[in-house]
Design a protein around this ligand. Structure first.
Ligand SMILES: Cc1ncc(COP(=O)(O)O)c(C=O)c1O
Length: 432
């Protein structure tokens, strides 16, 4: 595409514009199934020899626009939309690992991902090995012949750890295993482009900044098209698929295929969505598409608000600590400067002076900020970690994630910064 700037792709990528007298908005195909022309058309669709839609569990024209848009934004070959961010991780991991395999993951993770990895994947026989942040050697020491991927978040939720991606890219190359990056906090490539820094697969909670309006849960798995699944470590891609007419995903959709290397995405859809059913509802795809058009406009305001609030809070006498990579004093500042564009993320955390009870009182006194568990909305949101998203974590795990008993997470919206500060000032006054 010649009009390929990020802002233009946000509005146009994936749209079908060729139909005479066609719609200007992406239509909502709220349908479970699609008509076949005849029996041989049906057979071709089922055997993947002809592209097209069969059943919305597998693909849908509205959802496809979202998939193509996110793939374009991430400068990748293909994407598969799913029902949530959690589902994007599930679909990714089950696509490359079996019982007996392991994944080496950063310990700096969204609490829900940590639970999914540590407990639920363990029940399926896939072991996650967690390495402390920052220490590339400790990641390497956990890798063995059964390791099928390295997993990191672009900006950790919510200790805001920003990995040194160059080192992770080298590590994945050295061991011939894919680097998987949860780029939820990287806002579909606006802040961070994992494909430029060695990622093989990118996962997203579209629930957050991609959708941006707090209306829809959704996720996207992105295939960057850069990984050689034919390196001897991934028989799931190179042996005939028992459940797919003996299809060899690498031979048909690997680096030599006319569409480029889309083997990961095709397998995730053809086997993963078919069998696990974690598909995105077309209605949610439609809503997320409305949101994504303004992603960069929203992000600019959110990033400016977050930076300003972090600087204001850092100077506040009732604040113990502010964690935001955009502060020069922050340990993630240098990596943020090296890898991120436009700003340092839309979320910060603040430890207010006082007890756990006082932090609860502080939140209860707020009028404008919304007390709930989400990030990436147009509205400014606040959450007390220890009693919500990270409640399942032990005290040690909380500490490892950089979270204290009185830590509050604030996800900035697009309101006027003075109104946000005024609301917080009022709550600080209540504590005096
Ligand atoms: C970094 C990150 N990844 C994944 C998820 C999971 O997304 P979802 O809630 O859509 O399942 C979240 C949710 O907060 C998140 O912050």
């Amino acid at each position: 595409m010649k009009h390929n700037h990020f802002d233009t792709l946000l509005v146009h990528a994936g749209r079908e514009k060729t139909r005479s007298n066609g719609p200007c908005a992406t239509p909502l195909y709220q349908t479970s199934s699609f008509l076949f022309d005849n029996s041989s058309h049906a057979a071709n669709l089922f055997s993947l020899t002809e592209p097209g839609h069969i059943y919305t569990r597998l693909s849908n024209p509205t959802t496809q626009v979202l998939e193509e848009r996110v793939a374009a934004l991430e400068q990748s070959t293909a994407a598969v939309a799913v029902s949530s961010g959690q589902a994007s991780q599930f679909l990714t991991i089950q696509n490359l690992a079996c019982a007996g395999d392991n994944i080496v993951s950063s310990a700096s993770l969204y609490g829900g991902s940590y639970n999914q990895f540590k407990a639920s994947f363990a029940n399926l026989g896939i072991e996650f090995r967690f390495a402390p942040k920052g220490e590339i050697k400790s990641f390497e020491s956990l890798i063995d012949s059964k390791t099928k991927a390295i997993f990191i978040e672009a900006i950790g939720n919510s200790d805001f750890y920003i990995p040194d991606f160059e080192q992770f890219a080298q590590l994945s190359k050295k061991h011939n295993i894919p680097l998987v990056v949860d780029n939820t906090f990287g806002a579909a490539g606006y802040l961070f482009k994992p494909a430029h820094w060695g990622a093989a697969v990118i996962t997203h909670a579209a629930t957050k900044w991609i959708g941006g309006h707090g209306t829809s849960i959704g996720g996207v798995v992105v295939d960057t098209g850069t990984f050689n699944w034919n390196n001897g470590k991934f028989p799931l891609f190179t042996k005939p698929s028992e459940s797919y007419h003996g299809l060899n995903f690498w031979d048909s959709f690997g680096a030599d295929s006319p569409s480029g290397n889309i083997a990961f995405a095709v397998k995730a859809r053809a086997e993963g969505l078919r069998d696990w059913g974690c598909s995105l509802s077309p209605f949610n795809a439609f809503l997320i598409l409305q949101g994504i058009e303004t992603l960069s406009l929203r992000m600019d305001k959110i990033l400016a608000n977050t930076q300003q609030l972090a600087e204001w809070l850092e100077k506040h006498p009732q604040v113990e600590r502010v964690n935001y990579p955009g502060l020069k004093s922050n340990p993630n500042y240098e990596n943020g400067k090296k890898y991120l564009k436009h700003g340092f993320g839309g979320v910060l955390s603040v430890d207010i002076k006082g007890s756990r009870e006082e932090s609860a009182k502080f939140v209860n006194s707020l009028e404008l900020l919304e007390h709930l568990v989400n990030v990436g909305d147009n509205k400014t949101l606040i959450n007390h970690f220890a009693s919500t998203t990270h409640a399942q974590l032990s005290r040690e795990a909380l500490e490892a994630a950089g979270i204290g008993q009185n830590t509050l997470r604030i996800s900035l919206g697009i309101e006027h910064i003075e109104d946000i500060k005024r609301d917080l000032s009022n709550s600080f006054t209540q504590l005096k």
